[in-house]
Write a protein that binds this ligand. Sequence first.
Ligand code: GLN
Length: 447
Amino acid sequence: QEYLSAIEQRNPAINGYITLDKAATLAEAQAADARLAGGGAHLLTGVPMAYKDVFCQQGWQSSCGSKMLGNFIAPYTATVVQNLLNAGMVTLGRTNMDEFAMGSTNETSFYGATRNPWQHEHVPGGSSGGSAAVVAARLAPAALGSDTGGSIRQPAAHCGITGIKPTYGVVSRFGMVAYASSFDQAGPMAQTAEDCALLLNTMAGFDVRDSTSLERPTEDYSRDLAQPLHGLKVGLPKEYFGSGVDAEVQQAVQNAIQLLQAQGAQMVDVSLPQTELAIPAYYVLASAEASTNLSRYDGVRYGHRAAEFANLDEMYSNSRAEGFGSEVKRRIMIGAYVLSHGYYDAYYLKAQKLRRLVANDFQAALAQCDVILGPVAPTAAPKLGSDINDPVQMYLSDIFTIAVNLAGLPALSLPAGFTRNGLPIGVQLIGNYFTESRLLNVAHQMQ
Ligand code: GLN
């Protein structure tokens, strides 16, 4: 009740939630109450939760920020959402996002931009900007996000909260609308690393319905939270400290270094030489996968269908022309181009080779340290409208987040102070495969 009335009062100003269903929320809350009274409750029973619109959830509009799926009520629930519902978490609503998770500012949403709760004329980041904004505005204790190229970590940084992208394959992708399947990974966004650990415990696990889900023993991601950081080796990639990073962001990273040193951690200089090439590699590969994944939206079985058309081909093209926004169309065109005969070797194949080099860079760096520390984004949250008309500028701002997705590594963003103008700044921790509990430990000790 308390969250619902706060949402009613304060959501209109930030547009973080795009779908609410009071009756459904209260019914879930009542079921949680009964479970709490009757015994057999889970640690998270009754805790409210917000879901990014990318996750299918039975009975809820699951539009992925697009007009294309504006009429889509999911007939089934994503595994990761189901895992949280099984624990008794209560759905507060569905959060705004860049259309099909393509974007870094939340401005490509068909449902209007979300605003940064700290300063409304600034963006919350993207694509999980709605999730970050509602947690930061205290309109949810936690939210689910997805991260294909930084979409959990970057909005978490811009809104002053904590978010983790797990190792690729740790969390099921079943029921999460596909953008770039070999990159997409869901993760929790919350106030603290400790909250993220508890959520990840409940979200993660093998799923037969996701062919890239990893079959591993279950872990307690909170097990290392209390471990002291004495002797921890922290890698500082020289490419993450160069020009192009705003002075206030650099200062926040320096403060984080001092905080770690004060706890006995040791800094090590490392290098990630392919950092700049990760951007073109990612935008070639992610667009290629997107153009394939989004070919399913043809207006036939579900999704938007144009009202007027003369034949089947025209039904497809009119439905897609009307249903997709311009950023999605741009990605589909780039993707179709780089996959086409004659260009495949020059672009797609070359980008795949770069992807391997980027992953190798991380292995070389992580052989010298336990975790890598750096900025999440080169600047704090930009003003609304400043990036959206220059897509290349927007792509360049992903420089510190997307390499992690190319390599499939886990990475976490945690708050690290504010700019003089009062906007949050985040720092990023990157670890080797399956070191989530270590990343959460380091973040917890820094909080
Ligand atoms: N900004 C990146 C993109 O537009 C990442 C988005 C994401 O992680 N979903 O593709």
